[in-house]
Design a protein around this ligand. Structure first.
Ligand code: FMN
Length: 168
């Protein structure tokens, strides 16, 4: 288990376009008994309701969604390029079908009761503030529905407070 240090947001230097869209992240949720994690590359980091916040979108079919909804907390773990294949695997297989954490050799640690991926070098600990199911009638750009939701597996938008930032 690596040792992570708590840091403050004023010293964080990151490009959110690259960090989320290109590097990807692992969304991890659960408790000491059962945990799930999945790869995500859509989302945002910023401010909401006076707090440092993240915005992530999770489709209804994702097993990880059940864990986030049950616990109300999750982590976003950022890994380096060496873990690209690991992230591909965690983003292709569902924890519903396979014990993918075990199979991929992911080491889970806990920070303030929230599961984190030990292989990460930068982690955001998050507390859900709101959930919104994205519905086709709300899309102003009418291409969105047919481009991204042919299977009607719509995303829920989670807006979550970043309660802690840890790094090593
Ligand atoms: C690069 C990449 C990015 C992804 N981004 C998202 C995302 O932002 N939201 C989402 O719901 N699924 C996303 N996925 C798909 C999930 O990671 C994938 O369906 C995963 O198997 C779900 O696992 P689970 O059922 O164990 O939760 C992404 C997959 C990859 C490979």
């Amino acid at each position: 288990m690596h040792s992570f240090q708590k840091i403050t947001s004023d010293i964080v230097e990151l490009n959110p376009f690259e960090k989320i869209g290109k590097d990807w992240m692992l969304v991890t949720a659960g408790n000491e008994e059962k945990v799930n994690t999945m790869t995500a590359s859509w989302g945002a980091i910023g401010q909401m309701w006076g707090k440092n916040a993240v915005f992530i979108v999770i489709r209804q079919s994702r097993y990880t969604k059940e864990f986030i909804d049950k616990e109300g907390r999750f982590s976003l773990s950022f890994l380096n390029e060496k873990s690209r294949n690991l992230m591909k695997f965690l983003g292709a297989v569902s924890g519903r079908d396979v014990d993918k954490i075990k199979e991929a050799g992911v080491e889970i640690g806990y920070y303030d009761g929230v599961p984190i991926v030990d292989q990460a070098n930068f982690i955001l600990i998050c507390r859900v503030m709101s959930t919104t199911l994205l519905k086709p009638e709300d899309f102003i750009d009418k291409n969105i529905d047919e481009t991204w939701y042919r299977d009607k597996d719509y995303h829920t938008l989670y807006i979550a407070e970043v309660t802690d930032i840890i790094a090593r």
